[in-house]
Design a protein around this ligand. Structure first.
Ligand code: SF4
Length: 320
């Protein structure tokens, strides 16, 4: 399992700024864990406070997360980008990245982002199945994701395509097909978010009416095992699996149901190692079975809360 390339991110959350959509699963204020939109001055303070704590030698990128950055007017985008530009030009950070919707990509936007040293554009594709997109009211189609991806790549940016699993209408096969298309479209990175039922969303109402059932944690881990293997085999970096544990999710103020776990990625990698260990043990002639593991993988091999160590008492782990 290849580790993702490491760099430190300085996050600036811009929640639901200029977003006229209401995707059925989204209460953007709850997910981002904050309701107010930062002023450019606050964005600058955020960058400075992160720079003060990140080691100087670490590669750093500034990332605009939260809403749909390019949904703002070009002038508003430029206000934020003018704050971040000097940090790139002085070499303090290596680039700017942002997330947005596929239907908010056009020639003028890409020109602006290029001028301000944006290097990576992540699109919330969520699913590359038109029926799923329709059911959650995303307001764009798979064709629009394809077109935006093509434009981003042709303009020389790195492309990220984020996906969700377990949305209404989604299946394990559809989630794999989404992963295949993400690779075909030339994404260098992805994020995988299991769908949670967040309070004050349309999905919450559908859940309460029995019209939607989220994936269990176990099922979400199983689906993500396939996706992890597929993306890893195809050289696509998984920047994240599972939502950031915001205060509202941790306390339950925003969370209603669904496969939330603070260590979701660890659960997936533990499950992958469990499968691998089962094969090794089945093929071994004698015990103890010595399994040599790279240092970066040892926690996953032993498993979340030592789950694999307990499940395979005849295995002795050695760090390579
Ligand atoms: S998911 Fe994104 S596009 Fe959809 S409502 Fe939330 S912020 Fe808007």
């Amino acid at each position: 399992m290849k580790p993702a390339r490491q760099y430190r991110v300085i996050p600036i959350f811009i929640p639901q700024q200029a977003c006229p959509f209401r995707c059925s699963y989204c209460n953007q204020f709850a997910i981002a864990g904050q309701a107010s939109v930062p002023t450019p001055e606050e964005a600058r303070e955020t960058i400075e406070s992160h720079l003060a704590t990140i080691p100087a030698e670490a590669e750093k990128r500034i990332a605009f997360f939260g809403g749909s950055f390019t949904g703002m007017s070009l002038e508003e985008q430029e206000t934020y980008l003018a704050v971040t530009k000097p940090y790139v030009e002085s070499g303090l950070v290596s680039g700017i990245q942002l997330s947005t919707r596929p239907d908010y990509i056009n020639f003028d936007v890409l020109q602006l982002l290029k001028q301000y040293h944006v290097t990576l554009i992540e699109l919330g594709a969520q699913s590359l199945d038109d029926d799923v997109l329709r059911q959650v009211g995303r307001g764009h189609t798979v064709a629009q994701v394809r077109e935006a991806s093509r434009m981003i790549k042709e303009a020389g940016f790195s492309l990220g395509l984020q996906m969700m699993i377990g949305l209404p209408g989604d299946t394990r096969e559809k989630s794999l097909r989404t992963a295949e298309l993400i690779c075909e479209l030339g994404a260098s990175c992805t994020r995988i978010y299991p769908t949670l039922v967040v309070k004050n969303t349309l999905l919450a109402a559908q859940y309460r009416q029995g019209l939607y059932q989220p994936l269990s944690l176990e099922t979400a881990v199983e689906w993500c095992k396939d996706l992890y293997q597929y993306f890893t085999e195809h050289g696509v970096t998984i920047l994240r699996m599972g939502l950031h544990p915001s205060e509202g999710l941790l306390s339950g103020t925003d969370y209603l149901a669904g496969p939330f776990h603070v260590s979701f990625k660890e659960l997936v990698l533990t499950a992958l190692w469990r499968d691998r260990l089962a094969e090794i043990v089945a093929a071994a002639d004698e015990t103890p079975v010595v399994v040599r593991v790279p240092a970066s993988e040892i926690n996953y091999a032993v498993g979340y809360q030592s789950a694999n160590k307990k499940a395979f008492p005849g295995v002795r782990f050695e760090v390579e």
